[in-house]
Design a protein around this ligand. Structure first.
Ligand code: URP
Ligand code: ZN
Ligand code: ZN
Length: 467
């Protein structure tokens, strides 16, 4: 019987269930789309029995920061909602939150409709959207509230990219005040865009056009200043704030200081900032363009600070900021001018394995904290919990059977993301998803993809309620 046609019961036997809190041996029963029972030696009839001996049974990964099918700098990110969600599933992620972009003067509702149309026939796993706000006239306030009522409960605003996405402090304050009143959460891209723009112009005038100048023109202090300012604006507005893609210790200290004072400031970082560094821009030829994303990679010593931040809850989430552009055709647009290199890098498929291998196996974070960072906390933060991010009766049966001992080599020649390079080419990792269930359906079985375009659903999210 195909699980696509009929309600099927699946019994996962002998697994080690690991959540953000617990770690125990038990069987797990999936009935249709939800988890219906958890217990030792469950006696039940099931159409499908899976032996999970030696495997971790984890809640599906929740990646709250991706950019699929996203226009940027005259091109479009190379994964669409089919290829991107398929790659996510291979990597153990079963829900993602992408970004709909309101262009200036456009209604947010129109922007949302555009992104829903990109996703609905293609997504293989469940998804939602944050709304990128570029324009907030008074009429926009009511629109924000209407989006919140419809389950789009978070908004991203930019302090960088002047003339394109950047908004002023008044707009940020207005958005925060309103969002917090109606249960929304504002996410901030925190970099001082006006200052960076001047530094960039100076560099170009001096003929500094190579990819490494992307990093050298975006100092850590510009990120830290904007992070501190975003938090200050949130404090005045009496609102929570979530800093996206935090890359360095200097910005982290702003979040830590605020949290120590009891301010509801949160932040995510991404694997690229935990594993790669500014030295990657010195690769030969134009290779450094592969690492052009924003914020840029930082000096290596920042990595230990970020890991410490993750372990001590100064950072709450690991997302990917997956925003792939092919090296050959797309990064090439900036060969003579680093400002024309499309900003973004791939990562939706490698998050769990990288963080498990580089975080849990090295003792930097515990296994429970790993689950919290890649699944439970992002689900809570963005109104998906306990439907997502949990292994509990009644939760969606988004389940990953993860082999903690299996090894894999990361490579563009074997990954499923639609991009011609990997940021981690040739890296060996231990810890690999073996089977992935999305709302009860087995969609990844080893190397085989069993999912279906259009099977993923738009998830209406709850209002912000903290962690
Ligand atoms: O370089 C990046 N991060 N591209 C995606 C857009 C953003 O700011 O998140
Ligand atoms: Zn951003
Ligand atoms: Zn992003």
């Amino acid at each position: 019987m195909s699980p696509w046609e009929d309600r099927v019961k699946t019994l996962i036997r002998n697994g080690r269930i690991v959540t953000a809190q617990d770690d125990y041996q038990a069987d797990l029963l999936i009935d249709g789309e939800v988890i219906s029972a958890i217990g030792r030696s469950l006696k039940t009839e099931a159409g499908q029995v899976v032996d999970a001996t030696g495997l971790l049974v984890l809640p599906g990964g929740v990646d709250v920061h991706t950019h699929l099918d996203m226009p940027f700098g005259g091109t479009v990110s190379s994964d669409d909602f089919e290829t991107g969600t398929r790659a996510a599933a291979y990597g153990g992620t079963t829900t993602l939150i992408d970004f709909a972009i309101q262009s200036k003067g456009q209604s947010m509702r129109t922007a949302l409709d555009t992104w829903v149309r990109k996703a609905e026939a293609k997504a293989t796993i469940d998804y939602s959207f944050h709304m990128i706000v570029t324009d907030l006239p008074d009429a926009g306030i009511e629109e924000m509230n209407s989006l919140i009522r419809d389950g789009v409960t978070s908004f991203k605003l930019f302090m960088a990219y002047p003339g394109v996405l950047m908004v002023d402090d008044g707009t940020i304050f207005k958005a925060m005040k309103n969002a917090s009143r109606y249960g929304g959460l504002v996410c901030m891209h925190a970099e001082n865009g006006s200052v960076i723009d001047l530094i960039v112009k100076e560099a170009l005038a001096q003929g500094k056009t190579a990819p490494k100048y992307h990093a050298l023109t975006r100092p850590t202090t510009a990120e830290a200043e904007a992070t501190g300012r975003a938090i200050a604006l949130a404090e005045i507005a009496d609102a929570p704030v979530y800093i996206v893609h935090l890359s360095c210790a200097e910005a982290l200290s702003k979040v830590r200081e605020a949290r120590d004072r009891g301010i509801p400031a949160y932040a995510e970082t991404c694997p690229q900032y935990l594993f790669l560094s500014i030295e990657d821009y010195d690769r030969p030829g134009f290779e450094g363009a592969k690492y052009v994303f924003t914020p840029p990679l930082r000096e290596k010593w920042n990595q230990e600070e970020l890991w410490r931040g993750l372990a001590q809850d100064h950072l709450q989430v690991i997302s990917t900021d997956h925003c792939p552009f092919c090296f050959k055709e797309q990064k090439e647009l900036g060969r003579d001018d680093f400002t024309k290199i499309p900003n973004g890098g791939p990562g939706v498929e490698t998050r769990l394995s990288l963080v498990y291998n580089g975080g849990v196996r090295t003792g930097k974070i515990t296994l429970n904290r790993f689950v919290e960072l890649v699944s439970t906390a992002p689900a809570k933060m963005f109104g998906l919990f306990p439907r997502k991010g949990a292994i509990t009766v009644g939760s969606d049966a988004d389940v990953v059977l993860f082999d903690p001992e299996a090894e894999a080599t990361i490579s563009a020649s074997t990954h499923h993301m639609r991009i011609d390079y990997s940021l981690y080419e040739g890296w060996r990792v231990r810890g690999v998803p073996r089977k992935v269930f999305s709302r009860g359906r087995l969609i990844v079985d080893g190397d085989t993809f069993l999912g279906r375009a259009g099977a993923g659903s738009f998830v209406r999210r709850s209002t912000y309620s903290g962690l």
